[in-house]
Design a protein. Structure first.
Length: 123
């Protein structure tokens, strides 16, 4: 590959010939659940923006609510870079569960935020 030669792979053909199994269902359900959780996170944050500005909650300004969405996206990009590198080193399976655990813990801690800084950090 270093000198420009093309290496032919038969992996896609092999995957097409494999029968659908329990393993495939586990992958589809796991990735689907993660995708739903991610969508839920974005939707909830947008829906709760008005409530987060109330004085009896976090009392955030509109600017801070918008900035929290920015922190969420920045965290997603940074996490993709760091965990992507880790995936190359440790394997997809291990890092998939680690990233889901980090996501769930951080999302749970968001409920216990006491000010904007903690809310933004947990996002």
């Amino acid at each position: 590959m270093a000198n420009g030669e093309i290496i032919e792979s038969y992996v896609p053909a092999r995957l097409d010939r494999m029968p659908w199994s329990r393993w495939h269902w586990l992958i589809v359900v796991s990735l689907g659940a993660t995708w739903i959780l991610d969508g839920l996170e974005v939707t909830l944050a947008g829906s709760l923006g008005g409530i987060l500005t109330r004085r009896e909650t976090l009392g955030l300004t509109d600017t801070q609510v918008g900035a929290s969405a920015t922190f969420y996206l920045a965290g997603a990009v940074l996490g993709a870079l760091l965990f992507g590198y880790g995936t190359d080193r440790l394997g997809r399976k291990k890092l998939f569960f680690v990233t889901v655990a980090v996501y769930l813990v951080a999302t749970g801690l968001t409920a216990f935020s006491w000010n904007f800084a903690s809310y933004a950090f947990f996002r």
